[in-house]
Design a protein around this ligand. Structure first.
Ligand code: IPE
Ligand code: IPE
Ligand code: MG
Length: 249
C-alpha cells in the first residue's frame, strides 16, 4: 500500500516532545459528505469547512508552524454544479475581505497559489491586497491553493522557462531540479514535510505534485468540517515517528 494506514492513537507523546514539520499541506476534503450525513445541501458543508479552516490555520500559527498550504479549490473543481462553485467562490471572497481587516495586527503572511488569471478584477484586487499587506510580516506563511492543480502548475512553469530561454534569460543548460522549483508557485519555500488528507481518501487529487516528492502523507478518517486541533496533534505526533530516508538507508 502506497500510503500510511492509521494505527492506534499514541497518547505517550505531546507536541512539546516532538520536532514539528516546517511545512504542512492540508487537502481540506469531506465537506460534501459532512453535509449529506446531516441532510443538508453541500454548500452547508463548505460553510462549515471554511470555519474549520479559520480555526486550524490559527492553531498552526499558534503552535509555531512556519508554512501551511491549504487546498481550497482545484483546477478540476469547476466541473461541479454552478451553484456549488458560486457558493465556494463567495466563501473565498468573504474570507479575503475578513483577512484584510482581521489580520491587521497579525504576523501571518498570506499567499495565493494557483492560476489566478481566471478570477474577476475585484477578486484579484482582494488577492493582491492580502498579499501586499502581509508580505513583510515574519510569521507563518499561509498558502491558499485556489484554482490550483499540480499539473497545471508544472505546465505553467515549463512555459515560463521556455519563455525565459527564448528571451535569453536562461539557456537549456540552466534547467535543473532547483530551477523547476524556482518556477513553481511555492518558489523559495521548503517542500511540504507532511500532507494531511482528512475524509479518508487515498489520493493526491493533483495537490503539490512537484513539491510532494518526499512528503509524508497522513490520511485521516475524519471529514474536514469535523477536523479539530486534536486531529492535527495526532498527525504531528505520527509524523514525528516516521523514518524519512529520502532514498538513502
Ligand atoms: C472539499 O470537500 C472542498 C472542495 C473540494 C472545494 P468536498 O466538496 O470535495 O467534499 P466531498 O469529498 O464531496 O465530501
Ligand atoms: C481535492 O478534493 C480538492 C480540494 C480539497 C480542494 P476533491 O474532492 O476535489 O478530490 P477528488 O475528486 O475526491 O479526487
Ligand atoms: Mg472531495
Amino acid at each position: 500500500m502506497a500510503f500510511f494506514k492509521k494505527s492506534k492513537k499514541d497518547t505517550s507523546l505531546s507536541l512539546k516532545d516532538i520536532q514539528l514539520p516546517l511545512h504542512i499541506g492540508i487537502i481540506m476534503d469531506g465537506n460534501g459528505r459532512w453535509a449529506k450525513k446531516r441532510g443538508l445541501p453541500r454548500t452547508a458543508g463548505h460553510t462549515a469547512g471554511a470555519q474549520t479552516f479559520r480555526r486550524i490555520a490559527r492553531y498552526c500559527s499558534d503552535i509555531g508552524i512556519k508554512y501551511l498550504t491549504v487546498y481550497a479549490f482545484s483546477t478540476e473543481n469547476w466541473k461541479r454544479p454552478k451553484e456549488e462553485v458560486d457558493a465556494i467562490m463567495k466563501l473565498f471572497k468573504e474570507y479575503m475581505i475578513e483577512a484584510i481587516n482581521d489580520f491587521q495586527d497579525d504576523s501571518i503572511v498570506v499567499k495565493f497559489i494557483g492560476d489566478r488569471t481566471v478570477f474577476s478584477d475585484d477578486m484579484l484586487e482582494l488577492i493582491e491586497k492580502n498579499e501586499n499587506d502581509s508580505k513583510d510580516r515574519d510569521g507563518m506563511v499561509l498558502n491558499i491553493a485556489m484554482n490550483y492543480g499540480g499539473r497545471d502548475e508544472i505546465v505553467h512553469a515549463v512555459k515560463d522557462i521556455f519563455a525565459d530561454i527564448q528571451n535569453g534569460k536562461l539557456t537549456a543548460d540552466d534547467i535543473s531540479d532547483q530551477l523547476l522549483s524556482d518556477y513553481m508557485y511555492t518558489k523559495s519555500q521548503p517542500d511540504p514535510d507532511l500532507i494531511i488528507r482528512p475524509s479518508g481518501e487515498y489520493r493526491t487529487s493533483n495537490f503539490l505534485l512537484w513539491q510532494s516528492a518526499y512528503s509524508e502523507y497522513c490520511i485521516m478518517d475524519v471529514l474536514w468540517p469535523d477536523f479539530k486541533s486534536e486531529h492535527l496533534d495526532e498527525a504531528l505526533i505520527d509524523f514525528a515517528k516516521r523514518n524519512r530516508r529520502f532514498g538513502g538507508v
